[in-house]
Write a protein that binds this ligand. Structure first.
Ligand code: CLR
Length: 396
């Protein structure tokens, strides 16, 4: 059995939390109150950075002339992101944690600097009811851009089940090519023993505008290998699932091998142990805007760190009240909060077309709209001292 993350003196409160949450859960994860030791000092807006912690792998498809190999490299990149996305908290903090709920307008900005050149990140909380986070990760030199937005729908019966609503869209400028990435649903394991961790459900699909589909099947404690976080994946021409071009198998937390489906020869492989992530650079707190997550939540996070729950909730209340006052002002002026980097779009035919190829829809009603990064807005958002941090795209 895995070690419990519950401090001995908190065992009783953990069980009563599990029971109470079970009885009263309404599907909104942000409204769930959890015991202190499960609270994280990181806001969900920061989770967007998990998409590109290996920038050279992120930009690699842009350097490949062959469309089929490009689709393979996109799948490879996607698979490398899963460890950061779904198991980094457990690995670093000992268990999955409950993130801070971002406020509307909250920002997380940063950049990676490495062999891939400069890769920039913009993450913005674009909706509060329901909570929706949007992001744009950009590498101008390689002409690679990832955009996406997501919300979570949860249910709590015998375990916490989370469905992700939204998608990510990867664009390769040089080939005018796009990849629609669906987001896996997941559930929380280890709740009763008090050491929660994420396990992925079912499958995800990546559909390219060049006609390739990648399907990733998550098998949990693999019925094939018996190993945790196992998966298999395949790439095929749209609709031809029976005749794959590449196959992949392994564990998304450690390593995997990509093979040519016919000859079974290895075409590429990955091992997390052998590869370092590139650290994301964030501006010093003193230079950050009040909307930036680490500055905005700084006092709350410090109180949580010290275990001072009263102070933490006081600091949280200050943020919530400021938000309420802001919403009131907007109501009086009959306007909506103006998102800094993103805008709602009605213009998502390309997205819809890609989604339809894999039998998916765009659930705009569940994410308070379809969100799109706006270069024009980004131009306006740049402050002199933040040049190079805020990703000013090409012209709008
Ligand atoms: C957010 C978007 C990221 C991928 C991702 C990873 C882990 C998910 C998180 C998303 C949403 C919030 C989440 C979290 C795991 C646990 C946490 C579902 C989808 C919930 C709110 C915490 C529940 C509390 C238990 C730990 C008791 O790209």
């Amino acid at each position: 059995a895995e070690a419990s993350a519950v401090p001995p003196q908190a065992k009783g409160s953990w069980m009563s939390f599990v029971k109470k949450s079970l009885a009263s859960f309404n599907g909104d994860l942000s409204s769930m109150t959890a015991p202190p030791f499960i609270l994280s000092t990181t806001s969900l807006t920061e989770y967007s950075s998990y998409w590109a912690e290996h920038p050279p792998v992120f930009v690699a498809p842009a350097g490949e002339q062959d469309a089929q190999k490009r689709a393979m490299l996109v799948l490879k990149w996607f698979l490398t992101t899963l460890k950061q996305q779904y198991s980094s908290r457990s690995e670093k903090l000992g268990s999955e944690k409950k993130p801070l709920n971002p406020f509307l307008g909250e920002l997380f900005l940063g950049k990676w600097q490495d062999d891939a050149g400069e890769t920039t990140l913009v993450s913005e909380q674009v909706s509060h009811h329901p909570p929706v986070t949007a992001y744009c990760i950009n590498n101008n030199a390689h002409g690679v851009r990832l955009q996406g937005y997501n919300a979570q729908k949860a249910s709590f019966k015998t375990r916490i089940d989370v469905r992700q609503v939204g998608h990510a869209l990867l664009r390769l400028d040089k080939f005018d090519e796009e990849y629609l990435i669906t987001l896996p649903s997941l559930h929380i394991e280890g709740l009763l023993t008090g050491s929660p961790y994420v396990e992925l459900n079912h499958h995800t699909l990546i559909q390219s505008s060049s006609g390739f589909t990648a399907k990733i099947d998550y098998s949990g404690k693999g019925w094939l290998s018996g190993k945790k976080n196992s998966f298999t994946a395949a790439i095929y021409r749209n609709g031809q699932e029976k005749s794959p071009i590449y196959t992949v198998d392994g564990q998304w937390t450690s390593d995997f091998v990509i093979r040519d489906a016919k000859s079974k020869t290895t075409v590429s492989s990955w091992s997390h142990k052998a590869e370092k992530t590139t650290p994301l650079t964030v501006a010093p707190l003193s230079e950050q805007d009040d909307l930036e997550t680490r500055r905005a939540w700084g006092k709350t996070a410090a109180a949580l760190q010290k275990g001072d729950m009263n102070l933490a909730s006081q600091e949280k209340t200050i943020i919530e009240e400021r938000q309420r006052a802001q919403r009131k002002r907007e109501a009086v002026e009959t306007r909506e909060w103006d998102r800094i980097f993103f805008r709602r779009t009605e213009n998502y035919d390309r997205l819809k077309a890609l989604a339809m190829k894999i039998g998916e829809g765009v659930e705009a009603d569940k994410t308070n709209g379809v969100w799109e990064y706006s270069d024009a807005k980004a131009q306006k958002a740049v402050k002199p001292y933040r040049e190079g941090v805020m990703p000013v795209g090409k012209s709008a």
